[in-house]
Design a protein. Structure first.
Lengths: 112, 881
C-alpha cells in the first residue's frame, strides 16, 4: 500500500471536488472523508491523509462547508464538516468543470 | 469579500486553530490506528503505520496555516516592521525628517483650516445653499419693510439683522458682549432650533414695547452664565434696559458673521428701546441692516435678481427720504450666502492666500530636503540592498521597503503636523483679536481640513519617496561584491540632487523676498508719524445714551463731564472729540466753495473741545484755537490742518477766509480761524487726510458716542481710576470703557503684523532648509570625490585650487537657483501689491537684499565641506584607494 502525499498527482482542485462530493453524502469528520474516498474509488485514490486538512481549511475559508465539534467513534473530539448551500453550488460547478476537462482529455486520446 | 474576512478572522484566531488542527489530526490518526488494529496489526505496528499513513503532518499544518492568512498583509506587516526598525536605528535622520515634515504639513494645515473656517465653511443652518444675501452695503429699516412686503414671490422667507455691541453691566465700566438685532423670522428662516427654551419669533419683533426678550449663544451660556439650567426666564440688563432671556441658541451657531459671535440676540423692535432718541429704525437715511433670504426651491440666483430688480422701483418709492433725488440707484444684487458674511474676509483673504502660497513653498522645500535625505540614505544602503537582491528579493519588494519608510515618516509627520496645526491656528486666530472685539473662528477639524492634510501628506510621500525608490533599480546584485569606493569620475546621480537644490534655492529666494517686503511694510507702518503725542494719553469711550439725560441735554452733560475730568487729580488736560483718531471711524462732508465746481471733493471733520490740540500735542500754526465765544448761536468757525489748506485754500493766508461745507443748497459757511499741523485721521494706512475741526460747543446734535482723551502723569491704571471716579460723580449710570492709542495702532496693523511675522518665520525656515540641502549635496560630492581630490593634490593642486573646484560647482547651482528664483519672485510680486505699504512690489532694495542674504547663506553652507575637501591628506586617501 503506497501511502504517500499525493495531492499533486491529482489535477489541481480535484481534492476539493472530491471532499465536497464526500460531504454531500452527509456530515463527516476527516477520517470519515478519507475512508469514503478510499471505498468509493475502490482503493484507487489514496489521499495522503494529512494533506486533507489544508484542503478542508480552504473549503472553510471559502464558506463551502461549516465545521462543528462532535464526538467521534472512539469518543474523542473531532470536527464534523457539513456542506453548505454555497458548497453544494460549488460542487455542481466544479463537477461540471471536471467533466469538461476529462471530456477534453478523452477527446485527445480518442484520436488515433 | 467574505473569504477575505474569514481569512483575517482565522488569522487572528491562529493559535487556537492550530491547536484544534493538531487535535483533529491526532483523532484521525487514532481512528486509523483502531482500524488497523481491527485489521489484525499489533498496537505498536498499527501506531507506527497510522503515523506514516498521515504523511507529512508538518507540511499539512503549514499549508493549513497559509490558508489562514492573507499573504499580502503578512508581508506588508513585515515591511512595516523592517521600516520602523531601520528608522529607529538612524535616530537623527528620523527626527530631522519627521520634524521638517511636521512643520511643513502642520503649517499648511493650520493656514488652510483658518482659510476653511473663514471662507469655505458653510453656516450650520438648514440648507445653506439656498440662502442669498443682498449685497453692496447696508440698508435702512424702511427699505427692509418694503423689501419684506414685495418679495414674497422670490423668497421662502427673508430676514434682516444688524451686528451690535451690547453692554450687560448695570452701570460704570462697560461689560461689552457682541450681539445682534434680528427681525422676527430670523431663526425660523434659517432653520435653527434652540438648545434650551425658545428662540426669537415674529411675535417678539413688534413695536408695542414687548420686545424685551433676548436669546444668548451656547458659548455665552456656558461661560458667562455657568451653563445654569435656570437661564430661561433670567433677567439681564442690556444697555441699562431690562431684558428676559427666553432661550439659548444651539452650540455651533453664533450668528451669520464669520469671525464674530453674536452672544446676545434681541429683536429689531428693541432697538428704539435701547437707543431712544438715536434710534435708527424710522430713519430713512440710517444704513445699518443686512438683508438675507431663503430662495424658493427651484428659483435660481439670476431669476431672483431679475425679480428683485423688477420690484426695486416699488421699494424705492416706499422708502425714499424726502429731498433725495438719487436713492437706491444701484440695482439690487443677490449673492450666495451659504458661507455667511464676514468683513474679516475682505481684510484677510489676500493675505491668507499669500500665506498659503508661502507655506506651500516651504513644504515643497521640505519635500526636496526629504527626497535628498532619502536618496542619500538609499545610496548609503546600496551594499545592503544588493545583498538582499543577491539573496533573492525582488526589486519590487525592495522598492516597497523604501517606500514604506517614506510612508512611515510622512504619516508620523502628518500626525504631529495636525497637532501643531491645532495649536498654531488657535494662536494665530487669537492674534487677530483687537480692542474692538475678539475674533472667533470655528477651527474644529472638518472633512475639508482632514482631506487636505491627507492629500498633501500623500502628495509629499509620492514626491519625496518616488525618487529614492527609483534608485533601487540602479543597484545590481554584484555591486556589493565590488568596492564601489573606487569610482574616480563622480556620480551622475548628483545632477538630480543638484536640480532639487536649485529648486530649493529658487523657492527660498521667493520667500526671503516676500519676507523682506512684508517686514518693510510693517516697519513703515509702525513708523508712520502720527502728528500727535499718544504716549501720555488715555482714551475713554463714553456711551451718552446710558446717562439719564435726553439727547437735547447732552451738550450740558458733556460740559459737566469735561469739567469734572479736568479737575480730577493728576489730570493735566482732557478734551472731548466726536471722532477718535486711528479708530477707523470717520465723518466727512463735501467741500464746496470758490475753488472747485463740478468735482465734489471731500474733507474729514471732527468736532472737538478747545483744548483738544493741546491735549493731543498738535501744534497751532496760525490763527487761534476755539474759545468761549464759539458756541451755538455764534458764527460758525472752523480750524483746518495743513493738508486741508494745501488742497482747498491755496494762495495767501487761510485765516479769515470763508468756506462752504456740505451740499450747495444745504450746508453751512464756515470762517477759518486757525491752522494746525497735520495728524493721522482714521487709519495708519490712509495717514493724514484734509481735516477740518469744528467746536464741539457749536454742534446742535450730539450723537451717542463721544471720545474723552485724557493726558495725565502717573500710571495708566491710576489715571483710569481717577477718571472713572470723576465720571461716576457726574452720572452714576454712565457707561464707558478705557482704551489707549497703542491698542488702536495695533488694531490698525493686525494684518500687516501677522503677515510680517509669518513670512519672516517661514522665510527663515526656508532659508535654513535650503542651506541644509546645499550643505548635504556639497558634502556628498566631496565625499564621493575624495580620491579625485587626493590625486589632484598629489599632482600639485593647492588648497585654493581645491576650494575653487568645490565652489565652482556651488556657484553653478547658486546661479541657476537664484536666476530661477528671481524670475519667480518678479512674477509673483504682482499678486501682493495690495498688501504692501509705501513699497513697490518690485522694490529693488528688497530684491537685492534677498539675493545677498541667499548668497551669504549658500557660501556659509558650502564652506564647511569645502574646507574639509581642502584638508584632505592625499597620502591617506591614495593609500585607502
Amino acid at each position: 500500500m503506497g501511502l504517500t502525499n499525493t495531492p499533486s498527482d491529482l489535477l489541481p482542485g480535484t481534492l476539493e471536488l472530491l471532499i465536497l462530493k464526500a460531504l454531500s453524502h452527509g456530515p463527516k469528520h476527516g477520517y470519515g472523508i478519507v475512508e469514503h474516498l478510499r471505498l468509493a474509488s475502490d482503493d484507487v485514490l489514496q489521499v495522503g491523509e494529512s494533506a486533507l486538512y489544508p484542503a478542508l481549511q480552504r473549503i472553510l475559508v471559502n464558506g463551502w462547508a461549516s465545521a462543528e465539534w462532535g464526538a467521534s467513534e472512539n469518543n474523542r473530539r473531532a470536527r464534523f464538516y457539513t456542506l453548505t448551500a454555497a458548497g453544494r453550488r460549488q460542487l455542481a460547478a466544479e463537477r461540471a468543470e471536471f467533466e469538461r476537462m476529462v471530456g477534453g482529455i478523452q477527446g485527445v486520446l480518442r484520436t488515433t | 469579500m467574505r473569504p477575505l474576512l474569514r481569512r483575517l478572522w482565522f488569522r487572528l484566531t491562529e493559535s487556537r486553530r492550530d491547536a484544534d488542527l493538531r487535535e483533529e489530526i491526532e483523532t484521525h490518526r487514532q481512528l486509523r490506528q483502531a482500524q488497523l488494529e481491527r485489521d489484525g496489526l499489533s498496537p505498536a505496528a498499527a501506531a507506527d503505520l497510522s503515523r506514516r499513513a498521515l504523511g507529512n503532518v508538518t507540511l499539512a499544518r503549514e499549508d493549513a496555516r497559509d490558508t489562514w492568512s492573507a499573504a499580502w498583509i503578512e508581508s506588508a506587516a513585515q515591511d512595516l516592521r523592517i521600516a520602523l526598525r531601520g528608522l529607529r536605528k538612524s535616530r537623527t535622520f528620523t527626527l530631522v525628517a519627521v520634524a521638517t515634515l511636521a512643520l511643513g504639513i502642520g503649517a499648511n494645515t493650520a493656514l488652510f483650516s483658518i482659510f476653511n473656517s473663514l471662507l469655505l465653511r458653510q453656516l450650520p443652518v438648514r440648507e445653506p445653499e439656498r440662502l442669498a444675501l443682498l449685497d453692496r452695503g447696508s440698508f435702512t429699516y424702511p427699505i427692509w419693510e418694503a423689501f419684506e412686503a414685495n418679495t414674497g414671490a422670490v423668497f421662502d422667507g427673508a430676514f434682516a439683522w444688524a451686528a451690535g455691541e451690547f453692554d450687560l453691566s448695570p452701570g460704570g465700566l462697560t461689560d461689552p458682549m457682541p450681539g445682534a438685532y434680528v427681525s422676527g423670522r430670523f431663526f425660523d428662516v434659517l432653520g435653527v432650533s434652540p438648545a434650551l427654551g425658545r428662540l426669537i419669533g415674529p411675535g417678539d419683533d413688534r413695536l408695542d414695547g414687548n420686545a424685551g426678550v433676548a436669546v444668548i449663544s451656547y458659548r455665552a451660556w456656558r461661560e458667562r452664565f455657568d451653563g445654569a439650567p435656570t437661564i430661561v426666564g433670567t433677567a439681564i440688563s442690556v444697555n441699562r434696559h431690562p431684558f428676559t432671556v427666553v432661550g439659548v441658541m444651539p452650540p455651533g451657531f453664533a450668528g451669520l458673521e464669520v469671525g464674530r459671535t453674536a452672544d446676545v440676540v434681541i429683536p429689531m423692535a428693541a432697538e428704539p428701546i435701547l437707543r431712544g432718541a438715536d434710534s435708527a429704525l424710522r430713519h430713512r437715511t440710517a444704513w445699518w441692516l443686512q438683508i438675507m433670504g431663503r430662495l424658493k426651491s427651484g428659483v435660481t440666483l439670476t431669476q431672483a435678481n431679475a425679480a428683485l430688480r423688477a420690484v426695486q422701483p416699488a421699494i424705492r418709492d416706499a422708502s425714499k427720504p424726502e429731498r433725495e433725488s438719487h436713492f437706491l440707484e444701484e440695482p439690487f444684487t443677490l449673492v450666495p450666502a451659504a458661507t455667511g458674511r464676514s468683513p474679516l474676509r475682505r481684510t484677510f483673504e489676500t493675505p491668507l492666500r499669500a500665506m498659503l502660497a508661502t507655506v506651500g513653498a516651504v513644504l515643497l522645500i521640505a519635500c526636496a530636503n526629504l527626497t535628498n535625505l532619502l536618496v542619500g540614505r538609499a545610496l548609503a544602503r546600496r551594499r545592503e540592498l544588493s545583498v538582499r537582491l543577491a539573496l533573492g528579493a525582488s526589486r519590487w519588494r525592495m522598492a516597497r521597503l523604501l517606500a514604506f519608510e517614506t510612508v512611515v515618516l510622512v504619516v508620523g509627520g502628518a500626525l504631529l503636523g495636525l497637532l501643531f496645526a491645532r495649536w498654531s491656528s488657535a494662536i494665530l486666530v487669537q492674534q487677530l483679536s483687537t480692542w474692538r472685539g475678539a475674533v472667533m473662528l470655528d477651527l474644529t477639524l472638518d472633512w475639508r481640513v482632514l482631506a487636505f492634510t491627507i492629500g498633501i501628506g500623500a502628495a509629499t510621500a509620492i514626491v519625496a519617496g518616488l525618487l529614492p525608490a527609483f534608485t533601487v533599480t540602479g543597484v545590481a546584485p554584484g555591486d556589493a561584491l565590488k568596492d564601489s569606493a573606487r569610482t574616480i569620475a563622480g556620480d551622475r546621480r548628483l545632477s538630480l540632487r543638484g536640480a532639487l537644490v536649485v529648486a530649493q534655492l529658487a523657492l527660498s529666494l521667493l520667500l526671503v523676498v516676500g519676507a523682506g517686503l512684508f517686514l518693510r511694510t510693517f516697519g513703515a507702518l509702525t513708523r508712520v508719524p502720527l502728528g500727535f503725542e499718544p504716549a501720555p494719553l488715555s482714551v475713554v469711550r463714553i456711551d451718552l445714551s446710558s446717562a439719564g439725560v435726553s439727547a437735547d441735554d447732552r451738550p450740558a452733560l458733556l460740559e459737566r463731564i469735561h469739567h469734572a475730568v479736568s479737575a480730577a487729580p493728576g489730570v493735566q488736560s482732557s478734551s472731548l472729540s466726536v471722532i477718535t483718531p486711528i479708530t477707523g471711524s470717520g465723518w466727512n462732508e463735501y467741500v464746496g466753495g470758490a475753488s472747485d465746481e463740478g468735482r465734489r471733493p471731500q474733507a474729514w471733520i471732527n468736532a472737538v473741545t478747545p483744548d483738544w490740540f493741546a491735549t493731543m500735542g498738535i501744534r497751532q500754526l496760525a490763527g487761534r484755537t476755539f474759545d468761549r465765544g464759539d458756541r451755538v448761536g455764534g458764527a460758525p468757525v472752523a480750524i483746518v490742518n495743513e493738508m486741508f489748506v494745501g488742497r482747498f485754500l491755496p494762495g495767501g493766508s487761510p485765516v479769515g477766509r470763508r468756506l462752504h461745507i456740505g451740499k450747495p443748497t444745504d450746508g453751512t459757511d464756515y470762517e477759518i480761524v486757525g491752522v494746525v499741523s497735520d495728524a493721522v485721521y482714521k487709519s495708519l494706512r490712509e495717514g493724514v487726510l484734509p481735516t477740518m475741526y469744528l467746536p464741539l460747543a457749536q454742534e446742535k446734535r450730539i450723537g451717542q458716542g463721544i471720545g474723552l482723551t485724557v493726558k495725565a502723569g502717573g500710571t495708566r491704571g491710576a489715571t483710569d481710576r481717577v477718571v472713572a471716579d470723576a465720571l461716576h460723580e457726574v452720572d452714576p449710570g454712565l457707561s464707558f470703557s478705557f482704551v489707549d492709542f497703542d491698542q488702536f495702532k495695533q488694531a490698525g496693523m493686525t494684518q500687516e503684523r501677522l503677515v510680517a511675522l509669518l513670512s519672516a518665520f517661514f522665510g527663515g525656515l526656508a532659508l535654513l532648509l535650503a542651506a541644509v540641502g546645499l550643505y548635504g549635496i556639497v558634502a556628498h560630492a566631496v565625499d564621493v570625490r575624495r580620491t579625485e581630490i587626493g590625486l589632484r593634490m598629489a599632482l600639485g593642486a593647492g588648497r585654493t585650487g581645491i576650494l575653487w573646484l568645490v565652489f565652482r560647482r556651488v556657484g553653478v547651482l547658486l546661479l541657476l537657483g537664484l536666476g530661477a528664483g528671481l524670475a519667480l519672485s518678479l512674477w509673483a510680486s504682482r499678486f501682493v501689491g495690495s498688501l504692501l505699504f509705501q513699497l513697490e512690489p518690485r522694490d529693488a532694495t528688497t530684491f537685492a537684499g534677498a539675493l545677498v542674504v541667499l548668497v551669504a547663506a549658500s557660501i556659509l553652507a558650502a564652506w564647511l565641506p569645502a574646507r574639509r575637501a581642502s584638508l584632505v591628506d592625499p597620502a591617506t586617501v591614495l593609500r585607502e584607494g
